[in-house]
Design a protein around this ligand. Structure first.
Ligand code: UD1
Ligand code: CA
Length: 449
């Protein structure tokens, strides 16, 4: 039986090198705030408690995390990582193991930590360029001390094994060592890393837990490092998708900012961006350069290139695009076709209905087997309020029709091309509203004066 776990997430730093109004840990990688990734990790470890240490731009963080099941510990002045953990100590229970995570290091995964669950350890990594990191002074499997880059001499600087910042120790012992920290160093900070030397001196040294993939310890101190994290996380997500059987034709060009669940034989072409929560059934094909957000596409749905989908549901195989813009509340039944330069919003289309070209459908309830001609517009907005257009099963809407809502087109009705429909139209009949075509006899072209 493991001891109860208490995860402390450090997020009080100012993040000045980001040069941003936004708190550092709220900057996003793969579509989510860095600290959200860290909180996910913390929760996946099934801890007894999580304590978030906040300080700088406190309002932003607390607003962002208002629903989180965590303790909030304020660090009024940022006096160092050791001082930060001390602020969380009031929540420690003596029988707990305390695991410290950093809010700006979002790439660490459960698998990197699980093997060390019952140890007193520091997560370390061997980096080609260790600049800026604390260096690990080894004593076999254990760590004699950690020396910060700024406090290191030449021989220490040559060490490539670095402190990730993640450490774990029994709460009671950690509290004891934290109480002995001093700020007698280059940065005049209370370093959490000094705990390691104190523990070793008392004959209770920390284990060095080396991560397999050194990149996971990387954090973001500036926008360039944030971009690097984005790159690393995107690579990871693409690998996961491909291992699940998703065909990415040009993997390095596909980005996922959120989560995507795919059935078998999903194919995603070059330059696709997926955002929010997406779900693609079997054999869904996403064409090149599509942007798809928060959408659930049923098996067999094809999205042709350059389409934008946001909040779309297809309940059977459909054909969308190229160049379609489908906005929130669009729901398409099996066999629907929404073609090029068609925009939809809050629109339901029944089975086998089609809007193949150049159309705006907003606030529309469209039945089955309806054919919407090119250039059809639902006039759903009078400048103040929105109204619904209802088109019953089997109706045929001629090209260049304006349907002025609220209005209902009857079952199997036909609307003549170029009509402006302001009143409900009967079932089965042809309705049109345009002046009869005439040619004017004796008309001559004007002459230049
Ligand atoms: C720290 C480690 C270093 C390690 C590196 C890994 C110390 C003394 N140094 O250095 O050994 O290699 O991380 O990235 O621990 N924070 C607070 N309050 C503070 C200071 C920091 O909450 O008073 C938080 C920051 O928000 C951040 C984390 O602690 O999430 C790390 O702080 P940072 O100043 O970036 O530490 P480094 O100098 O990078
Ligand atoms: Ca840092």
């Amino acid at each position: 039986m493991s001891r109860p776990l208490h995860v402390v997430i450090l997020a009080a730093g100012a993040g000045t090198r980001m040069h941003s109004q936004k708190l550092k840990v709220l900057h996003e990688v793969a579509g989510r705030a860095m600290i959200d990734h860290v909180l996910d990790l913390a929760q996946a470890l099934e801890p007894a408690q999580i304590t978030v240490v906040f300080g700088h731009q406190a309002e932003q963080l607390i607003q962002h995390g208002q629903d989180w099941p965590v303790n909030w510990a304020e660090q009024k002045e940022q006096l160092g990582t050791g001082h930060a953990v001390q602020q969380a100590a009031t929540f420690f229970q003596d029988d707990e193991d305390v695991l410290v995570l950093y809010g700006d290091a979002p790439l660490v995964q459960v698998a990197d930590l699980l093997p060390w669950r019952d140890q007193q350890f520091v997560l370390t990594a061997v980096l080609a360029d260790a600049t800026g990191y604390g260096r690990i002074i080894r004593e076999g499997e254990h760590i004699a001390a950690i020396v910060e880059h700024k406090d290191a001499n030449e021989s220490v600087l040559a060490i490539q094994e670095v402190n990730s910042g993640i450490i774990q120790a029994p709460a009671k012992a950690l509290k004891h060592w934290l109480g002995q920290l001093s700020n007698d160093n280059q940065q005049h900070e209370y370093y959490l890393t000094d705990v390691i030397g104190l523990a070793a001196a008392e004959g209770q040294p920390f284990q060095a837990a080396v991560v397999v993939d050194a990149e996971v310890v990387k954090g973001a101190n500036d926008m360039a490092q944030l971009a690097e994290l984005e790159d690393l996380l995107q690579q990871r997500i693409r690998q996961q998708l491909m291992h699940q059987g998703v065909r990415l034709l040009r993997p390095e060009s596909v980005d996922v900012r959120g989560t995507v669940y795919c059935g078998a034989d999903v194919m995603i072409d070059k330059g696709v961006l997926l955002e929010g929560d997406c779900e693609f059934g079997e054999d869904v094909h996403i064409g090149a350069h599509c942007v798809i957000k928060d959408s659930r596409l049923a098996a067999g749905t094809v999205v042709a290139p350059h389409s934008m989908l946001d909040g779309v549901v297809t309940t059977g195989p459909c054909h969308i695009g190229p160049y379609a813009r489908l906005r929130p509340g669009t729901e398409l039944s099996a066999g629907c076709k929404v073609g090029n330069f068609v925009e939809t919003k809050k629109t339901h289309m029944g089975r086998n209905s089609k809007a193949s070209h150049l159309t705006y459908l907003g606030d529309a309830e469209i039945g089955a087997a309806v054919n919407i001609g090119a250039g059809t517009i639902t006039c759903n907005y009078d400048g103040v309020n929105k109204f619904t257009t209802t088109i019953k099963d089997g109706a045929f809407i001629g090209s260049d029709t304006q349907l002025v809502a609220p209005v209902t087109v009857g079952k199997n009705a036909t609307i003549g091309a170029g009509s402006t429909i302001t009143k409900d139209t009967p079932d089965d009949q042809l309705t049109l509203s345009r002046s009869r075509q005439k040619s004017v006899e004796g008309w001559t072209k004007p002459e230049q004066k």
